[in-house]
Design a protein. Structure first.
Length: 296
């Protein structure tokens, strides 16, 4: 059909880019080709009507395929073909040169193998291909804030910092516990102490709507985005009475659980020992899809 032919042509125009994305995530040319082909099949089944950013859409599809492949590899404890060996075994000079000159470098691929699948995908899509966290979040099944946290961990590892996930999570838990105690106790000084000067608070539409129903007194209203330590501290000071410390997909956060069911989640991004970003989400579909474990 003509429509199918046009879709195939548009896909082929992006094939080199998609292979580059897949290669950086998987570290294997053969697996990258498999991922691109699987993405092509998925595109054919989904269609591409009313897709504004076609290249970005294709990128997220191939990223989902790669994430599935990385998780399978991890579960089977498989070790991918080494990039250097693959390049040396390439059948012709052009292919060998292309593999060996790939800008990510063999050393980088080796480091990426130490990341979790979600960290690797978040880091590559954001730091290598400059996709915004809002676009990456659906790929890894996290909020934009949690996705930023994943990419941050990957970035630190790539730059040579120790990749101690347990230690990172313990430090985050300590900060979140301090934040919760300060918020519930109305301790402004303690709140300011754990917040970065340029901290940003983002809330989804459901969270903003819920806050309006509880508005009253001199408490500032929640908005979709609030920036700055003083403004964010004012939002939380004396609040969060009903919040409980929780693990959200393994990272420390807060959950509001009236009747025992999570209704609102608060996630934190920690950088340089301070809370740099806070995300509040009350959308029922999003909350229901998270792994929430209450603490204490």
């Amino acid at each position: 059909m003509p429509g199918d032919d046009i879709l195939a042509q548009r896909f082929e125009a992006n094939r080199a880019h998609l292979r580059s994305v897949a290669y950086r995530m998987l570290g294997s040319g053969a697996e990258a080709d498999d991922a691109v082909q699987e993405a092509f099949l998925r595109v054919g089944r989904a269609g591409a009507d009313d897709i504004g950013n076609f290249t970005g859409w294709l990128t997220t599809i191939v990223a989902r395929v790669c994430l599935d492949m990385l998780r399978t590899r991890e579960s089977r404890h498989e070790i991918p073909i080494e990039a250097e060996a693959e390049a040396l075994a390439a059948p012709d000079d052009a292919e060998r040169e292309r593999l060996m000159s790939d800008s990510i470098g063999i050393a980088m691929l080796t480091v990426l193998e130490t990341l979790s699948p979600a960290e690797r995908v978040a880091f590559v899509l954001h730091d290598v291909f400059d996709l915004p966290f809002d676009a990456i979040a659906p790929v890894v099944g996290r909020s934009p804030a949690a996705t930023r946290q994943l990419a941050s961990r990957g970035r630190r590892r790539v730059r040579g910092a120790p990749n101690d996930l347990a230690a990172d999570r313990e430090k985050q838990r300590q900060l979140v516990e301090a934040f919760l105690a300060a918020s519930q106790g109305g301790d402004l000084s303690a709140l300011l102490a754990v917040l970065d000067a340029d901290v940003v608070l983002r809330a989804d539409a459901a969270a903003v709507a819920a806050s309006l129903l509880r508005a009253g007194g001199d408490m500032p209203l929640l908005e979709p985005e609030i920036r700055g330590r003083d403004a964010v501290a004012a939002i939380f000071r004396g609040r969060a009475k009903a919040a409980r410390l929780a693990l959200l997909d393994g990272d420390a956060g807060l959950a509001f659980v009236p009747g025992g069911t999570p209704r609102l989640l608060v996630e934190f991004v920690v950088e340089a020992g301070r809370i740099a970003e806070i995300a509040m989400a009350a959308d029922p579909g999003f909350v229901a899809g998270r792994v929430v474990a209450l603490c204490g």
